[in-house]
Design a protein around this ligand. Structure first.
Ligand SMILES: [Zn+2]
Length: 253
């Protein structure tokens, strides 16, 4: 268990990998002296992990999901069974006994305020959660604690992703976000630098893809071989999905 702030802590799930970094961070949020907690992303279906989350969470009022990928949602049905708490996500199929989340919605759980931001791009259903009391943003996989994330084409799309990054940047610039709590990797203490890096990185990659296409690359695989030559081959299948999203974006712009 890692304490992040007065109102947030997380349990790291035992599912490390090339896409999940050290594993999925399952966050537990609670107002100071609040009776009940909110759990974000129950994570993979691992009974030991869920037991550790429950130990930290105590009485759970609500479960939130940042997006539908299995490393965040596989344990949702089991965790709903264990806690009896409703689960809310942007996509209706990952809700349990509750309505889908809406962009801009403000939740109040035993005094804890959580603002919902729909931030499509990594996936169509990606959401971030803002805790105004602490100026922290739970970013799901929209921004990771290390490296960059993928745009999981065709569900994920680059245009909306850039818009989502700019929306987060606006919150950082206006002082509403001072730390970012990602679903994978360590807490980000310097969000301005990281969000700038994400936007610059996407623009650079897009330019590289544009040049690769001009040089004759046709398929995502062709592009990956040219543009991602410096990247670990284990990440190439994921890179192909990001490239597909970039090719779509270039066709449309
Ligand atoms: Zn993930």
């Amino acid at each position: 268990m890692t304490t992040v702030s007065e109102r947030a802590a997380y349990v790291l799930a035992p599912n490390p990998g090339v896409m999940t970094l050290d594993g999925t961070n399952t966050y537990v949020l609670r107002e100071r002296d609040g009776a009940r907690s909110v759990v974000v992303d129950p994570g993979p279906l691992d009974e030991h992990h869920l037991a550790r989350v429950l130990e930290l969470a105590g009485d759970v009022a609500l479960v939130l999901v940042t997006h539908h990928h299995a490393d965040h949602t596989e344990a949702v049905p089991r965790f709903a069974e264990l806690t009896g708490a409703p689960t809310r996500a942007v996509s209706p199929e990952h809700c349990v006994g509750a309505e889908p989340l809406a962009d801009g919605e403000v939740l109040d759980v035993d005094g804890l305020t959580i603002q919902v931001l729909h931030t499509p791009g990594h996936t169509a259903d990606s959401a971030c959660f803002l805790l105004p009391a602490e100026d922290v943003l739970l970013s799901g996989d929209t921004i990771l604690g290390r490296g960059t994330t993928i745009v999981a084409h065709p569900d994920g799309r680059l245009g909306p992703y850039l818009d989502s990054l700019r929306a987060v940047q606006e919150l950082v610039v206006t002082g509403h976000v001072e730390r970012i709590l990602p679903a994978h990797g360590p807490v980000i203490d310097d969000p301005a630098t990281v969000v700038d890096f994400y936007l610059t990185h996407r623009e650079e990659r897009l330019e590289q893809v544009r040049q690769a296409v001009a040089a004759g690359a046709v398929t995502p695989q062709d592009v990956v071989e040219r543009v991602y030559a410096d990247v670990d081959r284990a990440l190439w299948p994921a890179a192909e999905r990001s490239v597909a999203a970039q090719l779509e974006h270039l066709r449309q712009s």
